[in-house]
Design a protein around this ligand. Sequence first.
Ligand SMILES: NC(=O)c1ccc[n+]([C@@H]2O[C@H](COP(=O)([O-])OP(=O)(O)OC[C@H]3O[C@@H](n4cnc5c(N)ncnc54)[C@H](O)[C@@H]3O)[C@@H](O)[C@H]2O)c1
Ligand SMILES: O=c1[nH]cnc2c1ncn2[C@@H]1O[C@H](CO)[C@@H](O)[C@H]1O
Ligand SMILES: N[C@@H](CCS)C(=O)O
Length: 416
Amino acid sequence: MSDIKDKSLAKEGVRKINWVQKHMPVLEQIKKQFEEEKPFEGLTIGSCLHLEPKTINLGLTLLAGGAEVAMCGCNPLSTHDDATAGGDALGLNIYGWREQNDEEYYTSINQVLDYKPDIIIDDGADMILVIHQERKELLKSIKGACEETTTGVHRLEAMHADNALKFPVIAVNDAYTKHLFDNRYGTGQSTFDAIMGTTNMLIAGKTVVVSGYGWCGRGVSSRAAGLGANVIVTEVDPIRALEARMDGYRVMKISEAVKHADLIITVTGNINVINGDDFKYMKDGCMLANSGHFNVEINRQDLEKLSKSVEEVRDSIEEFTLKDGRKIYLLADGRLVNLAAVRGQGHPAEIMDMSFAGQALSAKYIKENDLSIGVSKAPDALDYQIANMKLKSMDIEIDSLSNRQKIYMSEWQEGT
Ligand SMILES: NC(=O)c1ccc[n+]([C@@H]2O[C@H](COP(=O)([O-])OP(=O)(O)OC[C@H]3O[C@@H](n4cnc5c(N)ncnc54)[C@H](O)[C@@H]3O)[C@@H](O)[C@H]2O)c1
Ligand SMILES: O=c1[nH]cnc2c1ncn2[C@@H]1O[C@H](CO)[C@@H](O)[C@H]1O
Ligand SMILES: N[C@@H](CCS)C(=O)O
C-alpha cells in the first residue's frame, strides 16, 4: 500500500533509483548480504527520511533483508514524487508527496506507524516524537530506532535527559563514516548544487557568510572558498571560531557579517540565527539559505514584518521587498536548501552510500542486541567495516601495523 502523488511516474523513478544504485557500492554489498541472511524476516521497519532515490535504495536494502518497509518523508518539501512511485513499484509502502502541508505531513507519519514498526529510522526525530506523544501504544513493541542527523540526536538526548525517551536509539549521525563525510563534504557540495541550480548565480567574487562552523559549516565554507567566494564565518563557540579563523576565513558577529553578505547560509541546528534587526542591515539583493535545522534558523516572520510585499520570482526563490525598497531573497522557504529547493537533489550518492550503510547495519544491530534505553553510537566496528568496504570499492589499499609497530604503540619504556 502507498499514498503518493502519481504512480504513473514509476518508470522515471526506477531509472533514477537504478542510477544511484550504481554509485552506492557499500549499500549494494550490504543488500546482497541481507538477501542471503534475511536479518529482518518477520519484522517491520518504519522510516521518516527525505524521500528521494538514494533513500528508496535504503528501503530496498531493508526489503532485501526480509523486512516489511513503510516510509514517509521527514520534510514537507524534500519528497521526489517520481522516486516514491518507483519505490512503490518495487515493493515499498510509501506515504507522502512534495509540498505537503503540516497536517498531511503528520498524517503520513501516522500511516507509517499504523504498520506497527519494530524498528524506526528517523531524520530529525519527528516520528519518534509522534510515537512518544500520540502513539504510546507502540512503545512496547518498538525494539529501537536509528537517528540520521545532528539535530535529531540533540532532540533525543534532551528527551533522554528528561527521562522521556522510552526505547534505545542509535545516533547514526555520530558515526565517523556519517558526519565526517555526509555533514561536511555532502552538505558542502549539495548546498551549492542547490543554490546555484536555483539561482543561476555566480559564487566567485561574492561574500558568502556561513553561520555555524560545525561539520556542515566546515564543508560549506570550504566549498564556498573553492568556488572563489570571500567567506565570513559566524560562531558562538570560541574554539570553532578560532578554527574558522585559522582555516583562513574572516570571523565576526552576525550583526556585522550581514552588512557584507551577498549570500548567507545557516548551518547551526539552532533557532533565530538570523532575525530581528539583522535583516535591516542587509545589502540590496542579499540571498538567504538554510542548510541546517528545519525552517527555524532564519526567522521568516521577522523578515515578513519588515517587508511590504513577498513574491515567488522563480522556483524556490521568494523576493521580499522591504519598506525602503531593498530586496532580500529567501530560498526554499528557509528549509534545508539542498533537499527542499525544487532543484535540490540532496547529497551525492557516493556520500549517502556510507550514511545509509550506517543505517542498514545499525538497524541490524538493534535487531540482534538488547540495547538499553538511551542514545548511543553504533559500535566502532561497524564504522570501520563501512570505511573498509568504501575503500575497497574505491580500489584504495592502506597499510597495516607490523607486530613491532603494535608493540611500540602500546609501550611506554622506549624513548630517545
Ligand atoms: N542539509 C543537510 O543535508 C544536512 C546534513 C547534515 C546535518 N544537517 C543539519 O545541519 C545542522 C548542523 O549540523 P552539524 O553536524 O554541522 O552540527 P554541529 O553541532 O557540528 O555544528 C553546529 C555549529 O553551529 C554553531 N552554532 C550554534 N548556534 C549558533 C548561532 N546562533 N550562531 C552561529 N553559530 C552557531 C555551534 O557552535 C556549532 O559549532 C543540524 O541541524 C543538522 O541536523 C543538515
Ligand atoms: O539526498 C539525500 N537523501 C536522504 N537524506 C539526505 C540526503 N542528503 C542529505 N540527507 C540527510 O539529511 C539529513 C538532514 O535532514 C542529513 O543528516 C543527511 O544525512
Ligand atoms: N528532517 C528535518 C531535520 C533536519 S535537521 C528537516 O528536514 O529539516
